[in-house]
Design a protein around this ligand. Structure first.
Ligand code: ATP
Ligand code: MG
Length: 382
């Protein structure tokens, strides 16, 4: 078992810096998710850990070894790609065991006896059967890939990585070929598998829901930089900047440009029709921004219908009047598209609401859960 440490890891292609001084410490047995929009450098970072891409600068450690100059096959990693290719003419068993059967080590004797198989048939058999039983593939070992469902094929690709008993798993969007339902199922299987095997895993996805449900910790990347690395809950509750705040959470956080105004001890956030009074503790943090245009953030799930009993007591400072534009029922909640003045907002509200399209609605905001960002640096003020 081993952790992975990236120190100032950088990859420059001709005109792009794909990965820019990334520092991450992935702990032994941890499941770390790298998430971010397309092109932010996730695959490049993973390929450098795997040794498939040379780092322009910086250091990669696996366990207690610096591996920058170690070849991919000697790094004790196994990688699962988005477009895993199984050999169509081979059985599941042969697909899974192929890498092990091929692996040879030098004997020091002259050719043709200069190398021998690393793994004995008995050992290969043990590993394949063990992986097959972990993945529920026992009865499918003699089938060919075309006789399997998409999800089963995906599991064979995983099995192929598992039989190598690596110190680190590297997975690049391994579920993206599956349909939505199967993806959710396989996601849960992967988490269980990780719990049982306890192998350090770096998992790449651009899907923040996948990241939130799978990761012990999540590193959010944008433009080659790690914006924040923390537990799913900390990312959700305490995003360090506008990018992370907007990226984590679905539907995304609402942002409103506001100017904080002091009235005695109180601080109001004013955007014309949208006007709220900050709770005492947050007011103290926002005081330095009085008179300066800032960005207020609040998640759709922190809105309540005033006429229903909610978690928040309505006051003149936390209630706004809005116009309802669209209502989308989701079961327990409804998603409501609102406008106040020129500002558009999305709210998730208990489906008991009597809100009607094109009518007014009084909305209560849980301001304790709100966020405020510096417009220039994009960093969180609170
Ligand atoms: N071999 C290459 N030569 C030049 N530029 C490259 C090369 N590989 C990647 N890039 C660039 O580096 C940046 C990061 O690419 P990367 O594949 O790591 O992104 P990603 O986060 O994995 O995106 P996606 O979610 O689309 O897979 C992109 O701007 C990409 O165009
Ligand atoms: Mg990629």
């Amino acid at each position: 078992m081993a952790g992975v440490v990236l120190k100032d890891l950088t990859k420059e292609f001709k005109e792009v810096i794909a990965v820019n001084k990334v520092n991450l410490e992935i702990k032994d047995k941890e499941f770390l998710v790298l998430v971010g929009p397309s092109g932010c450098g996730k695959t490049t970072a993973l390929r450098m850990i795997a040794g498939l891409e040379e780092a322009s600068s910086g250091e990669i450690r696996i366990g207690d070894r610096v591996v920058n100059d170690v070849s991919p096959k000697d790094r004790d990693i196994a990688m699962v790609f988005q477009n895993y290719a199984l050999y169509p003419h081979m059985s599941v068993y042969d697909n899974m065991s192929f890498g092990l059967r091929l692996k040879r080590e030098p004997t020091g004797k002259p050719w043709p006896l200069n190398s021998k198989r690393t793994f004995h048939k008995v050992e290969i058999d043990r590993r394949v059967n063990e992986a097959a039983s972990l993945l529920g593939l026992e009865t499918l070992l003699q089938r060919k890939p075309k006789q399997l469902s998409g999800g089963q094929r995906q599991r064979v690709a995983l099995g192929r990585a598992i039989v190598r008993e690596p110190k680190v798993f590297l997975m690049d969007e391994p579920l993206s070929n599956l349909d939505a339902k199967l993806r959710v199922q396989t996601r849960a299987e992967l988490i269980k598998l990780h719990r049982r095997l306890g192998i350090t895993t770096v998992y790449v996805t651009h899907d923040q829901v996948e990241a939130m449900t799978m990761g012990d910790r999540i590193a959010v990347m944008n433009h080659g930089l790690v914006q924040q690395c923390d537990t799913p809950l900390n990312l959700y509750n305490h995003p360090v900047n506008i990018f992370v705040a907007g990226f984590i959470g679905s539907p995304a956080m609402n942002f409103v440009p506001v100017t904080p105004k002091a009235e005695g001890d109180a601080v109001w956030l004013d955007a014309g029709a949208f006007k709220v009074e900050l709770p005492k503790e947050l007011a103290d943090k926002a005081r330095g921004y009085v008179g300066k245009e800032s960005l207020f953030g609040i998640r759709p799930e922190d809105f309540y219908d005033k006429s229903l009993v909610g978690l928040v007591t309505p006051t003149s400072g936390n209630t706004i009047s809005v116009e309802v534009e669209v209502i989308e029922p989701l079961g327990n909640d409804v998603e409501i598209y609102l406008t106040t003045g020129t500002q558009q907002l999305i709210a998730m509200i208990d489906s008991k609401t009597q809100a009607k399209v094109e009518e007014k609605l009084d909305i209560v905001l849980d301001l304790e859960k709100s966020h405020l960002f510096d417009k220039d640096t994009e960093a969180a003020i609170y």
